[in-house]
Design a protein around this ligand. Structure first.
Ligand SMILES: *Cc1c(COP(=O)(O)O)cnc(C)c1O
Length: 403
């Protein structure tokens, strides 16, 4: 039978409406536990001889529906939902790595992922190396006898630096290593690591998958055999499970993921065009910019350049902060992928714990801002950015005159 398109599958899923009173929307099974017909059934379920639910930390029908849709979206055999992106990241890494193992990690990963690796090293003797992954040798040279996995994030926040997934996956495969890709910035609509040969994909579903800024959630996707072990160990026993109400919010978000991503991307492209004509803007990093150093890779690896843009404003940290304070439509907040356009100042917010010289090495200056293009009318986002830019430029000019 011909497979239906992604839009259709994300809307309908495998949900049998007849068994649910014809309910159009998936029911929220707001329950902690499940009543057995009799003692023998309870015994059979615990023994794994009979399918069916036992207790919501081990499984919940609303969460199951979400997991099926997530696996389908990523082209993975199986997905497991988590209470946060970090719940997913930590569960997969704990599953793959034991004391004495080593993991190769792309430099510039999400701060809490770094924090988690740091803790794993200090407390459990799991080594990690953060490396630039510019060419094959960078990765193959980092492989040690105890290396078990390669962990990659692309694009990297907030510098939008890309990692060539095909190259990394091929190198890891040759060395017999697992690959894990944090696909949060792209969503499965823009980047498909598992189809490229990656073993696992992790997500902060808080971002584009939810898309509405109203839930903290995560997901991990991968081979069924591995995901089942994760489900029964680093999910069940560690316990970062997603609640049914939050799963329902993600089910709703997924229905419009492709539509929203198209709009995030077209709004970002519009803002890029406008920003690039402004004298008050010093540098723009956006994978859709033909002058972006990895433009060709972006074209090859991502279906579209994404909804995020970083840019530097003339006048340093003071101008960057003043600019944010002048905005009305665009909201000053960390996180990304929401209907509302969001802006943040990495040097004083998401990357403030990184030492200043290291930050500069990474390309994060004090005048850099990161914008997550929302779903508003593009002209309104631009009008807001433009009026703030004009005010800040006037202020800076005024200050220069009075000096
Ligand atoms: C936000 C984020 C995370 C962490 O996700 P939470 O849902 O906040 O736990 C991990 N990776 C990336 C790339 C993120 O942006």
């Amino acid at each position: 039978m011909k497979q239906k398109g992604l839009h259709t599958r994300l809307i309908h899923g495998a949900f049998d409406r007849k068994s649910q009173h014809g309910s159009l929307s998936h029911p929220i099974y707001q329950t902690s536990t499940y009543v057995f017909d009799n003692a023998a059934q309870g015994e059979a379920r615990f023994a794994g001889e009979e399918g069916g639910y036992i207790y919501s930390r081990l499984g919940n029908p609303t969460v199951t529906e979400l997991e099926a849709k997530l696996a389908d979206a990523e082209g993975a055999e199986e997905a497991v939902a988590f209470a946060s992106g970090m719940g997913a990241v930590s569960a997969v890494l704990m599953h793959l790595l034991s004391s004495g193992d080593h993991v190769i990690v792309s430099e510039g990963i999400y701060g809490c992922t770094y924090g988690f690796l740091e803790m794993m090293e200090t407390k459990y003797g799991i080594e990690y190396d953060l490396i630039q992954m510019n060419q094959i040798e960078d990765v193959s040279r980092a492989v040690k006898p105890n290396t078990k996995a390669v962990y990659v994030e692309t694009p990297i926040n907030p510098t939008m630096k890309l990692v060539d997934l095909e190259m990394v996956i091929r190198t890891a495969e040759d060395a017999g290593l697992w690959t894990v890709v944090d696909n949060t910035f792209c969503s499965p609509y823009l980047q498909r690591p598992i189809e490229m040969g990656a073993d696992f994909v992790v997500h902060s579903a808080t971002k584009y998958i939810s898309g509405h800024g109203d839930v903290i959630a995560g997901a991990a996707c991968g081979p069924a055999e591995e995901m089942q072990v994760i489900r029964m160990t680093t999910q069940k026993d560690v316990g970062a499970v997603l609640g049914p109400m939050d799963a329902w919010l993600l089910l709703r978000g997924l229905k419009t993921l492709p539509l929203r991503m198209d709009r995030h991307c077209s709004n970002a492209a519009y803002i890029f065009e406008k920003l690039s004509q402004e004298d008050g803007i010093e540098r723009i990093v956006y994978p859709g910019d033909p002058d972006f150093p990895q433009y060709d890779l972006a074209q090859r690896q991502m279906a579209q350049p994404g909804g995020l843009i970083s840019f530097e404003i003339k006048g340093g940290k003071r101008a960057a902060q003043a600019f944010m304070d002048e905005l009305n439509v665009v909201q000053t907040a960390v996180s990304l992928g929401d209907a509302e356009s969001l802006i943040q100042h990495p040097a004083s917010m998401t990357h403030s714990v990184v030492p200043p010289d290291k930050r500069l090495d990474m390309g994060i200056t004090d005048s850099m801002l990161r914008l997550s293009a929302g779903l508003e009318n593009p002209e309104d986002i631009w009008d807001d950015l433009k009026q703030a830019l004009d005010r800040v430029t006037d202020q800076t000019a005024g200050e220069l005159q009075t000096k």
